[in-house]
Write a protein that binds this ligand. Structure first.
Ligand SMILES: Nc1ncnc2c1ncn2[C@@H]1O[C@H](COP(=O)(O)OP(=O)(O)O)[C@@H](O)[C@H]1O
Ligand code: SF4
Ligand SMILES: [Mg+2]
Length: 395
């Protein structure tokens, strides 16, 4: 078994299913109706509620008759609520289901089970037509701006399509395009150029301008700065921050390591092998990680603050991420976790809510006292098949 260090962004044993890559409509273990859960985080209104979301991709075999022989558990019973104006960071190693999760939120992929509500409307199985206005409210920005911008179109054409979709009259499209480009720190004369004439950072700004063209409420950002130099990353993140303040946007910001999302996120969700492991207010995740997997992710990034560096518990893990085709029962991290015991290999841990809106799915949490565990409760966002056992305190 080769050791795959945590934080390594290389893909994990990705299966290549033969045939139709679309997810299955008939799940292996379909979650039941979503359970009630707090609708909002603090006083703000819920914008999107995700309950027990599951996406399974069929793995097919057979030359003549396509048979489904297994399923890739890409997203497996994930729940959260995103509030208006909030940025939720979603972090985890490559292959843990981040892209599948956000593509499913905007219905580019159909959910196998669970529910997605946008502004109180169930959109999980909404028709194409019913999704049209929601597709304007929820936009995506992709990791690779080069691939997501049509190389044969000028920037003016790239921006004109969404502007017209928003109902901007033809004679105002150019003025509006200039305004948009300037809004993202580009110049009006860039309108006549093609995507290849720009740097990676500029292309990502254009991708953001295109998303903004339809006046969205929510932008799903799939590793929007991973392909950029570190200095450019900060500029793009600052731009996203400003836009959020000015326009009241909400973001789901996906990244494969914890260094990028710290300052942009209000809360951070940590994913591992299709499951949500921890959900925490941003700063607290860095100073008091409860889940051993989060500690392992943190150990993989440099910490500028020496005090925080000294105080943080570091978890070193080895081993490979298991296959998402046949994920382990119990805790999916058990095979790599230094704190694992028998119960971890047998019972899926519930998502437990600690003080301050901090939740983690672990039988033997770190950085919490016996008193904090005694005061904790089972989260209504817990996976449907998780156990009822409360975590036990381990020093
Ligand atoms: N269309 C597809 N068909 C089959 N498996 C897929 C498909 N898309 C993604 N997967 C698998 O689902 C898992 C999650 O992938 P993905 O959401 O891309 O993860 P991440 O974005 O975190 O890297 C991976 O094992 C990946 O190989
Ligand atoms: S439940 Fe057990 S195996 Fe999973 S992270 Fe916690 S201690 Fe480790
Ligand atoms: Mg991805």
């Amino acid at each position: 078994m080769s050791d795959a260090p945590i934080g390594d962004p290389s893909p994990v044993g990705n299966p290549s299913p033969v045939g139709d890559p679309s997810p299955v409509g008939d799940p292996v273990s379909q979650p039941q109706a979503p359970s009630p859960a707090p609708a909002s985080n603090g006083d703000r209104r819920a914008l999107m509620e995700v309950r027990h979301l599951q996406v399974l991709f069929p793995v097919k075999s057979g030359l003549i008759i396509d048979r489904t022989v297994a399923h890739v558990h890409a997203v497996d019973d994930v729940s959260f609520t995103l509030t208006e104006g909030e940025t939720l960071g979603v972090v985890g190693e490559s292959g843990c289901g981040k892209t599948t999760l956000i593509r499913t939120l905007v219905r580019l992929i159909d959910a196998t089970g669970g529910q997605i509500r946008f502004r109180d409307r169930d959109i999980t199985r909404a028709s194409r037509r019913a999704m049209q206005p929601i597709r304007r409210d929820v936009q995506m920005v992709f990791q690779d701006p080069q691939a997501s911008l049509n190389p044969r179109k000028r920037i003016s054409q790239i921006l004109a399509t969404p502007l017209k979709l928003r109902g901007v009259p033809n004679d105002q499209v150019e003025t509006e395009s200039r305004r948009l480009l300037e809004r993202v720190g580009m110049r009006a004369e860039h309108l006549s150029r093609f995507p290849h004439e720009f740097s990676g950072g500029q292309r990502q700004r254009i991708g953001i301008a295109r998303a903004l063209a339809v006046n969205p409420k929510l932008i799903l950002l799939d590793e929007p700065v991973s392909a950029l130099d570190v200095s450019i990353q900060a500029q793009v993140i600052n731009l996203l921050d400003e836009l959020q303040d000015d326009l009241g946007l909400s973001y789901v910001f996906v990244a494969h390591d914890l260094s990028v999302v710290r300052h942009v996120s209000d809360r951070i969700a940590v994913m591992y092998l299709g499951k949500m492991m921890e959900l925490s207010p941003s700063e607290e995740l860095y100073t008091k990680p409860i889940h051993p997997y989060t500690s392992a992710l943190l150990a993989a990034i440099p910490i500028p603050d020496p005090k925080e560096n000294r105080e943080r518990t570091r978890t070193k893990v080895v081993g490979e991420v298991p296959s998402p085709i046949d994920p382990p029962v119990g805790c999916r991290f058990a095979g790599r976790c230094p704190r694992a015991t028998d119960i971890c290999r047998e019972v899926e841990p519930q998502l437990t809510e600690y003080a301050g809106g901090h939740a983690a799915a672990c039988h033997h949490p770190q950085n919490v006292t016996a008193q904090e565990i005694a005061a904790a409760t089972r989260s209504p966002l817990s996976p449907l098949h998780s156990g009822e056992q409360m975590p036990t305190h381990t020093a």
